[in-house]
Design a protein. Structure first.
Length: 308
């Protein structure tokens, strides 16, 4: 009975993860199921300079899913590097196009039905056509309307994965002390990047971060207050045009009373990027905890266990 329950719970988690992935304006690496190292890529501006690539990661393998304003569930698949180019089903051919927006550039993502994270990518214009990879070669791609085969299945891997946790900023145990202790501590809030490299497109970076956060919030119940806190801090950070100003650090003076165990905790969202230079953290509210014991009470559930 317990084994059956674990299987059912695992299935439920997979269903939740598949259904909560945010597609709108999110960016993805798009992997084929059969040729599992092959990712959709655009290596030039010609209509046929699109296919897959199996080796090093490059930004031209990132694709933004831009939702159509009125055709629900249909998306333009836009390249990160060649930002005017969209994948198109041109007369049943798999190409990219940078001209006017036509309906043959719209696609919908239909789950495989096996809760495995794979999708069929259907044309919203030629409604039976699906994106297929019929061979190992980079250019062996087509639109196909025949029987379904595994080489028509694609996994969407987001540019970012968001992880929540609560970090210890400062801790001082003054339970044995008879006098107050004063300490000055540096506290950073906002978006803290792992590198100083230039961001190619702040718009797609921002949208991908927001989509990642939104998806993670739906998957893990962090509460309304914390959700609002994360969203507000993200909006404040991105309101700065210069990414060097996305975070700020200030020195805060704390006074630790005698007989008290004292610590300062901070909410953090780590955004793990598929490109290492993308990775960053969102640092938000801090909270002071005091106790006369070795442990600390957390009546407001401020402390978030590490979530993935």
């Amino acid at each position: 009975m317990m084994s059956l329950l674990l299987v059912l719970l695992t299935t439920l988690v997979l269903q939740i993860k598949a259904s909560e992935e945010v597609l709108d304006n999110n960016q993805f690496l798009i992997y084929n199921k059969v040729y599992h190292k092959a990712r959709l890529a655009q290596w030039g501006t010609g209509g046929d300079e699109v296919g897959t690539y199996e080796h090093a990661l490059y930004p031209d393998q990132l694709w933004t899913l831009e939702p159509h304003p009125s055709r629900k569930g249909c998306y333009y698949i836009v390249n990160e590097v060649h930002s005017q180019h969209r994948i198109a089903d041109w007369k049943h051919n798999f190409v990219v196009y940078d001209g006017p927006h036509y309906n043959d550039q719209l696609f919908r993502f239909v789950p495989s039905g096996k809760n495995d994270g794979f999708f069929y990518i259907y044309s919203c214009h030629y409604t039976n056509d699906r994106v297929a990879k019929y061979g190992v070669g980079d250019d062996e791609m087509s639109m196909y309307s025949g029987p379904k085969y595994p080489d028509q299945l694609w996994k969407l891997v987001p540019r970012f994965k968001a992880n929540f946790f609560t970090d210890e900023v400062f801790h001082f145990d003054n339970r044995q002390g008879s006098n107050p202790i004063t300490r000055e501590v540096s506290v950073t809030t906002g978006i803290k990047r792992s590198t100083t490299s230039t961001i190619r497109s702040k718009t797609t970076f921002k949208h991908s971060i927001e989509a990642s956060l939104s998806g993670a919030i739906k998957m893990f119940d962090v509460g309304v207050t914390t959700t609002t806190e994360f969203s507000a801090e993200l909006e404040t950070s991105f309101s700065e045009t210069n990414e060097q100003s996305w975070s700020k650090t200030e020195k805060i003076t704390f006074i630790i009373p005698p007989g008290k165990n004292f610590k300062v905790m901070q909410h953090v969202v780590d955004f793990e990027g598929k490109f290492s230079s993308d990775s960053c953290s969102l640092l938000t509210a801090i909270k002071i905890f005091e106790s006369t014991e070795a442990y600390f009470d957390d009546p407001d559930d401020f402390i978030i266990s590490y979530s993935q």
